[in-house]
Each structure stands twice: as C-alpha cells, then as structure tokens.
Write a protein that binds this ligand. Sequence first.
Ligand code: G5P
Ligand code: MG
Length: 217
Amino acid sequence: MYTKIFRAVIIGAPGSGKGTISERIVNTFGFLHISSGDILRQNIVNNTDLGKKAKQYIAEGQLVPDDIVTKTMLARITEVGNKSYILDGFPRNSAQAEILSSREQIDAVINLNIPHDVIIERVKNRWIHAPSGRVYNIGFDDPKVPGRDDITGDRLTQREDDKPEVVARRLQLYDELMGPVLAWYGKRGLVTSFKGRETKEIWPRVERFLKDRVNMG
Ligand code: G5P
Ligand code: MG
C-alpha cells in the first residue's frame, strides 16, 4: 500500500507511448490510469451523446471542445476519489491545465520526448481492439494471432486518426499547444523529461523516478 496519494500527469506527442508507459505504471504501482482518449473512444464505441459530439473532431485530429472534455475528465477524477492516478491526454492545452490546477494538486509531470520519425513509424503499425481499448503494435507488442484480439479473438482495427495525414496534423497541434503547457508546469518545477526512441529504454527510468518519489507504506 502507498501511504500518500500521488497524482501524476503523463505528457507526450501522439504515439509517444503514454498509454504503454501508463499501463506499466498501473501494473507496478497500482495507480489508476485516467486517459481522455480512451474515455472518448469508449463513448464513440457506445454511441453516447459525448461520443457523437467527439467523433468528428477525433477523426480529423482536432481537439474536442474544452468544455466537453474538461467536464468529463473532472467528473472522472472526482469519481476516483482519494487514489493515486496517472492522467493521460489531459490537460491538452493551457486552459485545461489551469482548470486542472485549480482543482487538483499535481505531484509530477512525466514528459515523454520521442522523435517524430519514430512516432510516424509506430502509428502505422498500431492496431487496436476498439471495444476494450487494447492496443497492439506489429513488431513490438504483437497479438498472439495476427489481426485478432488476444482475449476475444475479435478482428483488430486501426484508429481513424492514425491515417498519415491526420497524424501529421495531431503532431503539429501537439507542438503548438503543449509547448506552453510544458513551460507552465516547468516553471513550477514539476516536469521530468524522458528522452529516447524505445519504451524499453524509457520505462526503467520512469520506474526509478516513481520508486524514488512514491512513498511505500
Ligand atoms: P489520445 O488518445 O490522447 P494521443 O494522440 O495523445 O491520443 P496516442 O495516439 O494515444 O496519443 P500514446 O498513448 O502516447 O499515443 O502512445 P501508445 O498508444 O502507448 O503507443 C503508440 C504505439 O506504439 C502503440 O501501438 C504501442 O504498442 C507502440 N509502442 C510503444 N512503445 C514502443 C516501442 O518502444 N517500439 C515500438 N515499435 N512500438 C512501441 O487523443 C486522441 C484524440 O482524442 C481527443 C483529440 O481529438 C485527440 O486527437 N482528445 C482531446 N481533445 C481535447 N482535449 C483533451 N484533453 C483530449 N484528449 C483527447
Ligand atoms: Mg494513448
């Protein structure tokens, strides 16, 4: 058991490995993973009002309007209550960062710094099981049976926003909007950056970083 609640934000470009690293944090430290993209995609699969509103923005690589996402994410954080968590995909711009900081005390910002050429190659090979959100990658994290989800055997699909032209837009938007957010957290001494080309070199450093900070009860 961890005695202190630890609230972390993970930041990184599309395809930088936020989901992959978060999953390892969940398995090693027992944090909850709160991913705005996963929540939005789940709502699209379930065809909820939120899903219907978000679908087109996501397909085009644009941000879903702030008010909708912020409301959803703050509600999820409230629901989680007093538990350690890792926030992935939120905040996504300065307005969201300010609202979050007015509500929550963030302990650390983990910044994944992966070169764009690596990212472009990775997302071409990303396959997902949309109903569950499970993610695979050909050559890195292959499904047991090619093209099929490990658990259900359902056919895998590619994310609508992983088309090359949409990825280019997402990367550009990321640089534009997240530069100021990183600077804002940086000024408060919260950012630790992890630079590299592969998760296998990044993860041990993130694990060490958290082990040094998270109090073990
Ligand atoms: P998301 O869902 O937040 P992005 O664009 O921030 O999407 P994404 O694409 O989910 O981020 P990731 O989680 O950083 O990427 O990366 P990942 O899935 O872990 O890894 C990418 C792939 O590489 C995977 O297939 C993985 O298996 C593989 N991989 C990992 N490590 C390695 C490695 O070492 N080697 C190799 N070969 N492969 C590896 O947001 C989506 C959309 O939702 C909306 C927006 O429209 C956004 O575009 N949205 C919001 N809108 C407004 N405000 C918000 N706060 C919003 N949040 C989401
Ligand atoms: Mg992700």
